[in-house]
Each structure stands twice: as C-alpha cells, then as structure tokens.
Ligand binder design. Structure first.
Ligand code: C5P
Length: 223
C-alpha cells in the first residue's frame, strides 16, 4: 500500500504552511515544510561562503546538508536556525538556490523519504507536480500579492519587527516571478490540483474547504 500523501502548493503568504500544519495535526500525519529545506540550504551556502548562483557548489552543500526537524524546530548542524531562516532575506536566498536543477535533484530523495505511514502532508511549490506526482489529493492555495504582503506585514508588526508594506509587495512579486519563471519545477498548479483562492478567506474557512476535499478523497478517515 502506498503511503497517502496530500500536497499543498502555492506562493508564499497564502497560509499554506499553517494549513499544512493544522491538517497534519488533525490527521496525525507527518508534515514536510519543503520551503524550510531551501531556506536552510540558502543559509548554509551563505555561511560557507558559497555563491548562491553557483549551481554545482550549492548542490554539493545540498547533498549532505546537516539539517534536522525536531519538535517543530529546524536545526542546521545542531544549531536552532528556526528564526534565522524566516527573514525576508532568507526567503530570497532560498528562492535563488531553488532555481538550480542540480540543487533540486539533490533535495528530491530527502523529501520523498519523508513519506512514511500513516501519511504525509507536504507543503511547497512543486510537491504535486514533481516530488509527489501520484499524490491522491493536491491542493493549490493562491491569494493576491497585496493580501499576502498585508498578512506578512501584520505578522512582522505583531512580532514588534520593522516592516514596510510597499517593500513587502515588491519582495513578494519578485519572489513569485522567480518561482513561476524558473525552467525547472516552476511554481504552478498540477493539472489535477484543487485550486483554492484564499484572498478573502480566513484560515478556518480554508481549513474547512481543504477538509471537505480530504473527506472526499479519503472517505475512510475519521475527521
Ligand atoms: O515556502 P517558503 O516561502 O518557505 O519557500 C522559500 C522559497 O523556497 C520559495 O520562494 C521557493 O523559491 C523555494 N521553494 C521551492 N520549492 C519548494 C519549496 C520552496 O522552490 N517545494
């Protein structure tokens, strides 16, 4: 029996990370935050003085990236980098290393290995198109760039951090353009994905919508 996988893809700021976590908790399944892998890789490459544009050198770092996910924390070489990888700069570095085909290849098996019983919720950009193309349920979460930037703005302000809304809109547009425009595994919905636009939806409403799909595809699950 193949391990059941639910993929949740989409651009940043759509709430897919939150939905993936809530859903995996509800199901008692494992959760893969693939964006965190690319973020850690960007950080590790920068720390080793490797140019983010050097595909082969970054792929070498990716091949034996000492990353661990422990109790919701992200460890790089044993150091807790959970906060360090959440900055806008780390997001941009992640998106730069993510354009290289050898880098994506180097991270592929590591991501697939996360699929173990009873199931996996996988969050990213290419979970449904490349990493788990046979997943029985694929969700693609979208929202306007303005709303996504506004959510990020409130999140940063809520943490007492400095934030500028026009800059955030620009950052989000730049990251989207790079993610959608790259030649390998570009950000796009799989043909068989269920598209959910969260622009005017609360997290609770999105979760309800996703749970409806989960019940449809996995009628045997008690939710
Ligand atoms: O999801 P998150 O914002 O943490 O992802 C950071 C960056 O990592 C994205 O902008 C994207 O460039 C890259 N990424 C990717 N493929 C994934 C997940 C993330 O290319 N599956």
């Amino acid at each position: 029996m193949p391990v059941p996988v639910i993929t949740i893809d989409g651009p940043s700021g759509t709430g897919k990370g939150t939905i993936a976590e809530l859903l995996s908790d509800r199901l008692g399944w494992r959760c893969l935050d693939s964006g965190a892998l690319y973020r850690v890789l960007g950080l590790a490459a920068e720390r080793r003085g490797v140019s983010l544009d050097d595909a082969d050198a970054v792929a070498e770092v990716a091949a034996d990236l000492p990353v661990d996910f422990v109790s919701g924390r992200v460890l790089l070489d044993g150091e807790d980098v959970s906060e360090a990888i959440r900055t806008e700069q780390a997001g941009m570095a992640a998106s730069r290393v993510a354009v290289h085909p050898p880098v994506r290849d180097a991270l592929l098996q590591r991501q697939r290995a996360m699929a173990c019983p009873p199931g996996l919720v996988a969050d990213g950009r290419d979970m449904g198109t490349v990493v788990f193309p046979l997943a029985p349920l694929k969700i693609f979460l979208d929202a306007s760039a303005e709303v996504r930037a506004d959510r990020r703005y409130k999140q940063l302000k809520g943490k007492g951090l400095d934030a500028n809304l026009p800059d955030l809109v620009e950052d989000i547009r730049a990251r989207d353009a790079r993610d959608r425009g790259r030649s390998v595994a570009p950000l796009c919905a799989a043909d068989d994905a269920v598209i959910v636009d969260s622009t005017v939806m609360s997290i609770e409403a999105v979760l309800d919508r996703v749970l409806k799909e989960v019940r449809r595809v996995f009628p045997e699950l008690v939710l």
